[in-house]
Structure formats: C-alpha cells, structure tokens
Design a protein around this ligand. Structure first.
Ligand code: DAH
Length: 349
C-alpha cells in the first residue's frame, strides 16, 4: 500500500536531512517532524480516514517514518557535538613554554594557630570544643550569669546592643557556659572550652579592639575545687610558655564565680627579675577564673548542693601577644602575609 501523504513527507524528509549542518537546524528539524504539531505526529490523526483493513499497515508506515527521523536525529546530534568539540580543541592552544603564574604560599594566622594549639591540649584532657552564637540574648550574656539588668558590672563591658535591650553582640564567651549547662539537663558532667569572637565598644588601638577573642572554659562535676582549676591552668600555661612557668591565683571579683581569681603566670621573659613585659612585677595576668557561682549553676539547671565546677576565660590576643612578642593586636586582623610569615618563621626557630 502507498499513502499519498506518507510519500510526500518522505520526499521532503529526504531533502531536509541533507540540509542540516548545525545544532539549530537539527532542533528545527526535530520540531518540524516530531514536535507536538510535527508532520509525523499529525499523521496519527489521519488514521480515522483510513479504511479499517489498511489501518494496520498505515500505522506501520508512520512508525517507520518516525524511526527514520529519530535515528537520524540521534546520530546527527552526536556528530555535530563531536564537530563542535573538535573545533574548540583545535582552536585552544596551550603554550607550555610560558612561565607559570606565581601563587604565593600562605601562612597560618598566628592567633588561629594558638587557639588550635590550646584546643589540642584541652581535648587531650577530655574537653569538648564547643561553639556559641555571636549574636546573643541579654539573658545568656548577662542575666543567667548572675548579672541582672541595671547591674554596674554591665557598664564595664560596653556592649553593642543590636535590637532593643535584648539582642546584643556577645561581650564575652561566658554565655556559652549557660547554653552548655542548659543542654546538660542538670545531670551530665560538663567539660568544655569555647574559643570565639567577642565584641565591645572599644576604640581600636595597639591593645584594644572592638572585636577580640576569648577562650572560655567550664567544668561541672562533683567535688570540684580551686586546686583542680589551678592544676588545669598549670597544664595549659606550661604547654604554651614552658615547663618552668609558675602560676598564681590572686583574689578577684566576677559575678558568675565565687570565689573569683585572676590568674598570673611568672614572667617568662625576665624569670621574675622584672622587665617591661611584666611591668617589673615578675608576674603577668593571663585569665580570669573561679568556682562557678551557685546562682549560675541553679539557673543552668544544676543543683549546687550536688554539683560544683570551675570556669575560666583567657584573652586569646593577649596570650598570642605574649607568646610571640607582638606589641600591636591589630596585626591579627590585617591580612599582611609578610607579618604572618614572620611569626610563622619565628615559631619554627
Ligand atoms: N567573661 C570574663 C570577661 O570577659 C572573663 C572570665 C572571668 C571568664 C572569669 C570566666 C571566669 O569564665 O570564670 O572579663
């Protein structure tokens, strides 16, 4: 059987197939024959005009046409794509004799490096390193640390409030103590450090920065005393500044610890004789610390009759300045590779 329409399409199709040289032409071809309103698709609606006994054969003719179209499309597509690729490859020339672009080697940020070193030491003593939000709520940054609204201690921290008087940039890493206790449900012992950024409304100079870093520590367990705190601080200080360094506690005052202490280390530079670094006292202050205040334990969900703990807070920049003999804390925050490399070299010596 021959069908007029099928024959006509076959002729046009054969002509069309010879004319295709680009992807665009090939896509037009696909639409023309196989698209929703394509010639072959429309043949299907022809079937109702075909006498019953010829319907089957007509169907086969249409299928044959469709197969010709689709296999042509697939083969041509592959061919054209290869052509495009080959052309691109032949145009791209790589001159392997050109000198390579120099990528300067980086150097670790010295503050970051020191923090990592401290993390290692605490992890080896079974501490977890945890994180807390830098955008903090007043209740965690102050209230639950035993510093109620209107308390004068708040003034000393010159806090950046960012929304009313409830949302602020944390002025210390101590709120992480509260957050960690709340997670412990009053029944899990706690051993964490939290290094992190803190913010205060300070004018930046050699020893002040509106953004600086603290390393907070908290341990909550049974029968914890000041000597546990002293032993722990001793380990980290010796690791950072040398085996011969002594630690001493001076009475101090923080709202969230009772008793509170200031941690001094013996001057690693003059060994106690007196020099610029220790301001002729033989001692250098490196942290605030103390036994966690019962109110803070209670607000954190821990029963102070059962649990005790200690907390401490180091100023990371101060430690790094002492350890690497840096006089301007702004170097930690600029990206001058020459400086980072100098410290890196110094440390390797
Ligand atoms: N948060 C205190 C500050 O910013 C430092 C501090 C002191 C942290 C004593 C402590 C602590 O955990 O026990 O000045």
């Amino acid at each position: 059987m021959k069908n007029e329409k099928v024959e006509q399409i076959k002729i046009v199709l054969n002509e069309d197939m010879k004319q295709i040289h680009t992807m665009n032409e090939l896509n037009d071809f696909k639409v023309k024959y196989l698209g929703k309103k394509g010639l072959i698709t429309e043949l299907n609606s022809e079937i109702k005009n075909i006498p019953n006994e010829d319907k089957k054969e007509f169907g086969m003719l249409v299928n044959e046409l469709r197969t010709i179209c689709t296999s042509f499309y697939d083969e041509k597509k592959e061919l054209l794509e290869t052509e495009v690729l080959n052309e691109k490859l032949s145009k791209e020339v790589i001159d392997i004799s050109l000198p390579a672009t120099k990528i300067p080697a980086g150097a670790p940020n010295i503050l970051e490096k020191l923090v990592e070193e401290i993390e290692e030491v605490f992890m080896s003593m079974g501490y977890d390193v945890v994180d807390g939000p830098e955008i903090e709520e007043d209740k965690y940054n102050f209230e639950m640390l035993n510093i109620p609204k209107g308390h004068p201690a708040r003034d000393a921290q010159d806090t950046f409030y960012i929304e009313g008087d409830e949302i602020l940039l944390r002025s210390q890493t101590s709120p992480v103590q509260v957050r960690t206790m709340l997670k412990g449900n009053g029944e899990t012992p706690i051993r964490i450090i939290c290094p992190g950024k803190t913010y205060r409304r300070d004018d930046d100079d050699a020893t002040h920065s509106h953004q600086f870093m603290q390393i907070e520590g908290l341990l909550v367990d049974k029968d914890i005393s000041l000597s546990d705190l002293k032993g722990t601080i001793d380990v980290i200080v010796k690791k950072l500044f040398g085996e011969n360094i002594q630690t001493r506690f001076r009475p101090s005052y923080y709202q969230f610890t009772e008793p509170s202490v200031e941690v001094d280390i013996s001057c690693f530079h003059c060994k106690g004789d007196g020099c610029n670094i220790c301001k002729n006292t033989g001692w250098i202050t490196v942290a605030g610390a103390g036994i966690v205040h019962p109110n803070v334990l209670t607000m954190g969900g821990y029963n102070p009759k059962e649990w005790t703990g200690f907390a401490f807070g180091f100023g990371a920049e101060r430690l790094a300045m002492l350890k690497y003999d840096i006089s301007d804390c702004r170097v930690f925050y600029n990206t001058d590779l020459r400086e980072s490399k100098t410290f890196d070299r110094k440390e390797a010596e």
